[in-house]
Design a protein around this ligand. Structure first.
Ligand code: COA
Ligand code: AMP
Ligand code: ZN
Length: 438
């Protein structure tokens, strides 16, 4: 029987039919958005109505939406319906103060699960697979997002969660896991666990497909992962603001990620001018949700930099493909699958009286995993050689940073005046990790 998650009536639409569907869905999305306090005002101010949309390009008449807008109108400013009609919320990591929160009603959860199931099918996962989701649950969208998508697809799904590699190996062996989802920087750590146990995943498991994403990684990193596990690894792209995973996904050709254009309108803009970039050029990805009811987002600036892959894909899907994400147009970084803005760490450090004015975040690959290292100068006044005080300061930083960004940092306290002075604007993040982006 044909799977309901190969959806040629949507996935292979002609350009003209896709444009017609986008116009119809964009108008409906705007009608809904107008019911939210934020867009009610923003669209009125922009003097644009759903009737003004005649082609997908008319989307340029709408204002952009940013993370700052979401935070400024936290928690309910973007909601289009009474809370009793919603059934779930997710928050994204990587914000100070108010997080960005996304509400879903039943329709939203169902269409999101459908997109994840379609994405998994597109990468070759089938209902007979045993799928282990090695990713944070709770507010992280990769947990429940893949869970519901995989269940919808019909795969036996193991909600393994992040960490505890030994148990991951046991689950994979005991239940005959054939497909996993994990972030790229964790996969070498998982492989090493196999090696430490004297096992070889290619020989000692039934693993045949890896889904990986949520953070920038290069083609070389993918190659290394595929060589370790001796199976294909497919790139998965999503963001909480657009529900989570299931926005763009590689097909079995592994040549860029199909962005599901029946559910999102994609634009690539110059982050400075906000004008569309020329065909094939790199720009910031801007997304509009087309199938979300509780909290649609119009022209959301993702800050992710990518380009479009030219030409059509041999798989037959017509939705355009984005290239690997190669960077961001802001200073957010991702470590161990958690989003972090340097300002979150700065705020913590600057509230500690024993800390001087210089500090640096180093992101490094240490052994088989990534580390968040914070180098900070102790202030002259507090650098007295009292080790108990220094130990206390280190403990406080570790504790507060872990609370704020969910990752445990290594903290190196250094003598005042020993950190290299930057000329001009201080460089606060040094990324020395292997195989990022590109
Ligand atoms: N996914 C899976 N496991 C991860 C991980 C990730 N993103 N990041 C780290 N781990 C593993 C570590 O290898 C370690 O495993 P071990 O028990 O086998 O040694 C364990 O989790 C603890 O990691 P550690 O680095 O010691 O702890 P931490 O306090 O710095 O990080 C985590 C804590 C892992 C809980 C936190 O980084 C997290 O929740 N990450 C998940 C992020 C995520 O899933 N994002 C969504 C992607 S869609
Ligand atoms: P979150 O909102 O926590 O789901 O984080 C979303 C962000 O993770 C995106 O905006 C990207 O910066 C990053 N991201 C997600 N998927 C990928 C991927 N496949 N490659 C690179 N970065 C990714
Ligand atoms: Zn394809």
């Amino acid at each position: 029987m044909q799977s309901p998650f190969w959806q040629p009536e949507l996935e292979t639409l002609s350009a003209a039919d896709l444009a017609a569907l986008q116009v119809q869905r964009l108008r409906a999305t705007m009608e809904r958005a107008l019911r939210s306090p934020y867009y009610g005002e923003a669209l009125r101010r922009a003097k644009v109505t759903p009737a003004d949309i005649r082609t997908p390009a008319d989307i340029r008449r709408l204002p952009f939406t940013t993370k700052a807008d979401l935070r400024a109108h936290y928690p309910f400013g973007f909601l289009t319906m009474p809370l009793r009609e919603t059934v779930r919320l997710h928050c994204s990591s990587g914000t100070t103060g108010n997080p960005t929160v996304i509400f879903h009603n039943r329709h939203d959860l169902d269409s999101w699960a459908n997109l994840v199931a379609r994405s998994m099918y597109c990468a070759g996962v089938r209902d007979a697979d045993v799928f282990q989701n090695i990713c944070g649950y709770g507010l992280f969208t990769g947990g429940l997002g893949f869970q519901y998508g995989a269940e919808k697809l019909g795969a036996l799904t193991i909600p393994a969660g992040a960490g505890n590699s030994r148990r991951q190996v046991k689950l994979m062996q005991d239940f005959g896991t054939t497909a996993i989802h994990a972030i790229p920087s964790y996969l070498p750590r998982l492989y090493d666990e196999f090696v430490e146990l004297g096992l070889d995943p290619a020989r000692d498991t039934k693993l045949r497909i890896i889904l990986t994403g949520a953070e920038p990684h290069s083609e070389a990193a993918r190659g290394r992962i595929e060589a370790m596990f001796k199976c294909k690894a497919y790139n998965s792209f999503g963001l909480s603001e657009m529900s989570g995973p299931g926005v763009a996904f590689e097909c079995e050709r592994q040549d860029g990620m199909h962005l599901w254009e029946d559910s999102f309108i994609l634009e690539l803009v110059d982050p400075e001018t906000l004008e569309p970039v020329p065909e094939g050029a790199r720009g910031e990805l801007v997304l509009t949700s087309l199938d979300r009811e509780a909290m649609p987002l119009l022209r959301y600036r993702t800050r992710d930099l990518t380009s479009l892959i030219p030409g059509s894909c041999a798989c037959g899907r017509t939705h355009r493909r984005i290239a690997r994400i190669t960077g961001r147009s802001d200073d957010m970084f991702i470590i161990k699958g958690c989003n972090v803005f340097p300002i979150q760490i700065e705020k913590i450090l600057m509230n500690i009286p024993e800390i001087g004015s210089d500090w640096l975040i180093v992101l490094d690959t240490v052994g088989d995993g990534d580390e968040l290292i914070i180098q900070v100068e102790v202030s002259q006044e507090h650098f007295t050689g009292d080790l108990a005080v220094l130990a206390q300061v280190r403990k406080r930083i570790i504790h507060e940073v872990r609370d704020e960004v969910l990752v445990t940092p290594s903290v190196h306290l250094v003598e005042p005046g020993t950190m290299p002075r930057a000329e001009g604007k201080a460089r606060r993040v040094e990324d020395r990790r292997r195989d990022r982006g590109g």
